[in-house]
Design a protein around this ligand. Structure first.
Ligand code: AMP
Length: 284
């Protein structure tokens, strides 16, 4: 496994791979890896000859009052995990390598970036889309792997690749959870044991709604009310919404096409997000 910090070196390493006509899979991350990241790596390894993982805590996707400086980092551990997961290249650039002094060009996502997290984290998806676009251009993978846990992020990235004619297959990988249901996240380490217990309200609320949906309930308000009951245990519910899985706009009730229930909630000072997709075949 190569560990590369410079774009020029990354391009050189990948030029050889490309010459050998090998399929390149790419997994962008902010590090502090967990089983969720490892499942993206495993999906990439299943479909590609070479897997590149980037580890970069992207400053442009954090707001001024967010957790950029305290975001958990442990490069030695990440490197060991990537090595044992069969990663070919770890790309771990500095912030200056990605954003040199004169940097001033950004990707501006559209409507998909406005609801849900977009309403509470202004500029977040602009930062995400910009860094992912830059990383795509550096790695030029055949396929890139993203977690369903960040459902809106997947939607924004997919849209970007279509709109900007980026020839990369975007693969969404199901959310990996702790045995008790909590979605894995690097931010879970902020939780005290007491908060960790209460954070289960999020997945429990989503699962309760999904179960009700599976039993035939199609009224959005009923599903949301059920999830909201569990979510009383969090300290601050930022949003709980049932949206159309394609447009991310409020789902029409009764549900007639694929939808997703999305949550962002604070437990203590930790902001957690999660979602559950309600699969339904489209009817007219
Ligand atoms: P992050 O390091 O949190 O920016 O996440 C990097 C990638 O891992 C993103 O595509 C996330 O959606 C994905 N990811 C994070 N948590 C999970 C999870 N629990 N299950 C699956 N993928 C995840």
């Amino acid at each position: 496994m190569q560990v590369i910090t410079k774009v020029a070196e990354l391009r050189r390493a990948l030029a050889d791979v490309r010459k050998a006509d090998k399929r390149i899979g790419f997994v962008p991350t902010m590090g502090y890896l967990h089983e969720g990241h490892l499942s993206l790596i495993s999906a990439s390894r299943g479909h590609c000859d070479v897997t590149v993982v980037s580890i970069f805590v992207n400053p442009t996707q954090f707001g001024p009052s967010e957790d950029l400086s305290r975001y958990p980092r442990d490069f030695a551990r990440d490197e060991a995990l990537c090595r044992s997961a069969g990663v070919s290249i770890v790309f771990a650039p500095s912030a200056e390598e990605i954003y040199p002094a004169q940097f001033e060009t950004f990707i501006e996502p559209g409507e998909l970036a406005k609801p849900l997290c977009g309403g509470f984290r202004p500029g977040h998806f602009r930062g995400v889309a910009t860094v992912v676009c830059k990383l795509f251009s550096m790695v030029q993978p055949d396929a890139a792997y993203f977690g369903q846990k960040d459902f809106q992020q997947c939607a924004v990235i997919r849209r970007m690749t279509v709109d900007l004619d980026i020839p990369i297959e975007i693969v969404t990988v199901p959310t990996v959870r702790e045995p008790d249901g909590l979605a894995m996240s690097s931010r879970n380490r902020y939780l005290s044991p007491e908060e960790r217990g209460r954070s289960l309200a999020i997945s429990r609320g989503l699962f309760a709604a999904a179960k009700k949906f599976a039993s035939g309930e199609r009224e959005a308000s009923m599903l949301i009310a059920l999830a909201r009951k569990h979510l009383e245990k969090v300290d601050r519910l930022q949003y709980l919404e049932l949206v159309d899985a394609e447009t991310l706009r409020s789902a029409e009730s009764p549900l007639r096409s694929p939808a997703v229930i999305c949550v962002a909630a604070y437990v203590g000072s930790t902001r957690l997000i999660d979602n559950v997709v309600l699969t339904i075949s489209r009817t007219r």
